[in-house]
Ligand binder design. Structure first.
Ligand SMILES: Cc1cc2nc3c(=O)[nH]c(=O)nc-3n(C[C@H](O)[C@H](O)[C@H](O)COP(=O)(O)OP(=O)(O)OC[C@H]3O[C@@H](n4cnc5c(N)ncnc54)[C@H](O)[C@@H]3O)c2cc1C
Length: 748
């Protein structure tokens, strides 16, 4: 075995082999994959091998399309048959609400260049005669669906990688990982050690255990999963003979089932409600090519629906039941990318649909390692979308929820209940008592809107119980004054003698003078946006930065990667040690004046001023800025006084008919002013010209900020092919949902 490699990939499942292949494809050949047993001996070997492009997240859908398109390439390169059966597939809706969901998926897919077609139940029956058309209201047909051979596919990746120069060591178990002072890794195995610049955790069922070798507790958990295979069915034989085709792949959402042909019979799998985690704390190292005991009782409910929706199954004998474990993250998407704060350590774990997503994961990771950037928008699967709050117990609750809802509808306004409440602020109970309907962002309970007595959030595709009340909140802010909690923003402090110079290079804006704030886009080397913040110069107290709450770890990783090594800059995230309130609306100045003795007149406290003010019996850092786009103020304080400040503002607010408002009103208010938000309108796929942030980019400043040269080379007309635009759409009972995600995969 080699004693040194540029990259060591741990794990020879479909994901590790895809990562290995992509590394060689893009020119890194000094790469080694270590597998404790044979290739595929984790969850890969017993997969049903189904693959499809459709996904609720358009960026993940595009990655899935890339994966499916890759199979021809690796087959040709390796000479290994992947056993591809591109049958096409139908997704079935048994209810109108589900059909609405399929329509939205189709519309998003069309925007992303995926071709799928809405069809009637009769047309679906024509394509797949086992289904009973009377039990469905519609379907979505997609020709890019099917299944393949999990072993053949993994071998095709592996052989292609080997052809590209990679080495694969079988029966070599990684026992430990030790980082040297120079940042490289000693990978300790039972066959000797390898020193590597980069280590990729693609250990699938053992990803948690490999994570623990570096002191990490990754938010990943395996679940048991069952599918059955029937004896040969005459209906299948008849269809094959009549059409010369295989049965289509089917997803029956309301039955929580998926189906496909398996030789002369059918395979039916289910994501059952009564689900079971497997090895919730430790995955046994001696688990290998074995299956778990089937437990038909747990899936009876789903099978009954399945046998009713597909009546021919009632006559079919069951040949085999497979029960095997595979891993999930708390939201079901993979955990990919560099580990924050640990040099050379990469994650390619929690890939629950390896045959739909494995290629995209390999592409993103290889791009990221070689180029320093995944090459497209992978925020939906970036490991930093989970912070420290994602503990083992949290992960267990969320994964169970996610698994049992895999085929359930997620309404656009739906908040999922598992593992909540977890993080709350001191005014949580007060807001709850005032009718707050909470959502969750980065583990924190955040008020979405305030309901009158007896009214609750109801989840729907169309306007729901919140509509008139959110409208009331919006109008109150526009005409008077509203109060909102903003503790969910990410907050950072930057100090030290090198702080201003560092920020000037990191952020694309002009740096504000003492006591002032500015909007601050942050760019990547390719000139695309990687963050948008409000940065404040607090003079001798250093710098204060506020940004997107859900991207806290994501941005910290970027900040830390760019910190100078000479110790002249200190960076910290304030996390829950700083909480916030915002007042907004034309009467907000008068309200602020009522709780402070400081002069907050328009002249004394200008737009984008920031300073410490006395508020009631305490003090707060107050900035004159509002994300609603109205006259407004953000007040930052320590948690111990938040309730006091909240109560004082509520009391003083009585004279101004102060209205509490939540995130939904904020979104409406900000969109009216065309203010973007991170992960929505601002994404790492856009240049500032495209998403309208160029107004805040100071190409004329002296500092050579990251992204400057890329941006400077763009002419007025050649500066990206998209533009962020705000539309007014007349609607009756449903509101449009902006979903302007754009990715351009495979820039190589
Ligand atoms: C019943 C069932 C049906 C499924 N159906 C489908 C389907 O239809 N479509 C689909 O896309 N997906 C399906 N899946 C999921 C699919 O199997 C996974 O997405 C995929 O296998 C994940 O691959 P992986 O490479 O991440 O992990 P794994 O396959 O678990 O591979 C990890 C590898 O790492 C090795 N390893 C771990 N630790 C070490 C160490 N310390 N040293 C050396 N080697 C190590 C292991 O031996 C293993 O080979 C199904 C899964 C199950 C259980």
């Amino acid at each position: 075995m080699k004693s040194h490699a540029k990259v060591v990939v741990i794990g020879g499942g479909v994901v590790g082999c895809s990562v290995l292949y992509h590394l060689t494809k893009f020119g890194w050949t000094d790469v080694v994959l270590l597998e404790r047993s044979e290739l595929t001996s984790g969850s890969t070997w017993h997969a049903a091998g189904g693959m499809h492009t459709i996904n609720g997240d358009p960026n993940v859908a595009k990655l899935q399309k890339y994966t499916v398109e890759l199979y021809k390439e690796i087959e040709e390169l390796s000479g290994q048959d992947v056993g591809l059966h591109m049958t096409g597939g139908v997704m079935l809706a048994a209810t109108e609400a589900r059909f609405d969901w399929l329509k939205s998926i189709m519309a998003k897919g069309r925007y992303m260049g995926l071709d799928a077609e809405l069809i009637t139940p009769a047309e679906a029956h024509e394509l797949m005669p086992l289904l009973d058309p009377d039990q469905f209201v519609g379907a979505l047909y997609d020709e890019v669906e099917g299944h393949l051979d999990p072993y053949g596919t993994t071998m095709a990746y592996a052989k292609s990688a080997k052809k590209g120069g990679a080495t694969i060591e079988l029966h070599t178990m990684v026992k430990d990982l030790e980082q040297r002072i120079d940042g490289s890794w000693d990978v300790i195995t039972d066959k000797g050690n390898i020193n590597a610049e980069h280590v990729v955790n693609a250990a699938g069922l053992w990803a948690r255990e490999v994570g623990r070798m570096t002191g990490l507790e990754l938010p990943v958990l395996a679940m048991e999963h069952m599918y059955l295979i029937t004896d040969d069915m005459p209906e299948v034989a008849e269809f094959n003979a009549r059409t010369g085709k295989e049965m289509l792949h089917v997803v029956d959402f309301d039955g929580e089932l998926y189906l496909r042909q398996e030789r002369g019979g059918m395979l039916m799998g289910t994501y059952e409600k009564d689900c079971r985690p497997w090895s919730p704390r430790n995955t046994p190292w001696d688990f290998g090519h074995e299956l778990l005991a089937p437990d038909l009782d747990r899936i009876t409910r789903e099978l009954e629906v399945g046998f009713s929706h597909f009546p021919a199954f009632n006559e079919a004998g069951i040949k085999k039941i497979v029960n095997g474990p595979f891993t999930f993250s708390p939201d079901g998407n993979p955990l990919v990318g560099p580990i924050r704060g640990v040099r050379g350590l990469w994650s390619a774990c929690a890939v629950m649909a390896g045959f739909s997503q494995g290629g995209g994961v390999g592409l993103a990771l290889a791009n990221w390692m070689i180029e320093g950037d995944p090459g497209f928008d992978v925020f939906a699967m970036d490991i930093t979308r989970f912070g420290d709050y994602a503990s083992m117990a949290y992960t267990n609750a969320k994964v169970r929820e996610n698994y049992s809802r895999r085929f359930s509808i997620r309404f656009p306004n739906e908040e999922l209940p598992a593992a909540r409440p977890l993080k709350t602020t001191p005014i949580y109970q007060s807001m709850k008592a005032k009718g707050a309907q909470f959502g969750v962002a980065y583990g924190l309970e955040v008020p979405l809107w305030f309901a009158p007595e007896g009214v609750k959030d109801a989840f729907a595709w169309r306007r729901s119980t919140d509509f008139e009340h959110v409208g009331r909140e919006v109008r109150a802010v526009r005409a008077g004054v509203g109060l909102m909690e903003i503790s969910g923003f990410a907050k950072y402090r930057v100090k030290g003698e090198g702080a201003s110079e560092w920020l000037d290079r990191l952020l694309a804006c002009h740096m504000p003078k003492t006591g002032r704030m500015t909007l601050a886009p942050m760019l990547k080397v390719d000139g695309k946006v990687i963050g948008d913040f409000t940065v404040a110069n607090l003079g001798k107290d250093g710098w204060f930065i506020a940004g997107s709450g859900i991207a806290e770890d994501y941005h910290l990783r970027w900040f830390e990667q760019h910190l100078p090594e000479d110790g002249t800059v200190s960076l910290s995230s304030c996390g829950p040690s700083l909480v916030g309130l915002s007042i907004a609306g034309p009467k907000s100045r008068d309200l602020l004046a009522a709780v402070t003795s400081s002069d907050v007149s328009a002249e004394a406290f200008r737009f984008m001023d920031i300073r410490r003010l006395d508020i009631a019996m305490t003090t707060a850092l107050v900035g004159r800025v509002s994300y609603t786009g109205d006259l407004g103020y953000e007040l930052w304080m320590t948690p111990d006084v938040q309730k006091h400040v909240f109560d004082a503002i509520l009391e003083a607010g009585k004279a101004f008919e102060l209205q509490l408002f939540g995130l939904r009103a904020l979104n409406s208010l900000r969109l009216e002013k065309n203010y973007g938000g991170w992960a929505r309108e601002y994404r790492p796929a856009y240049t500032p010209f495209e998403c309208g942030l160029h107004r805040f980019v100071a190409l004329d400043k002296t500092a050579d900020f990251i992204g400057k040269s890329a941006l400077a080379s763009m002419s007025e007309f050649d500066n990206g092919d998209m533009r962020l635009r705000t539309f007014m759409v007349d609607t009756n009972d449903a509101d449009v949902i902006g979903d302007g995600h754009a990715i351009r995969p495979s820039r190589r």
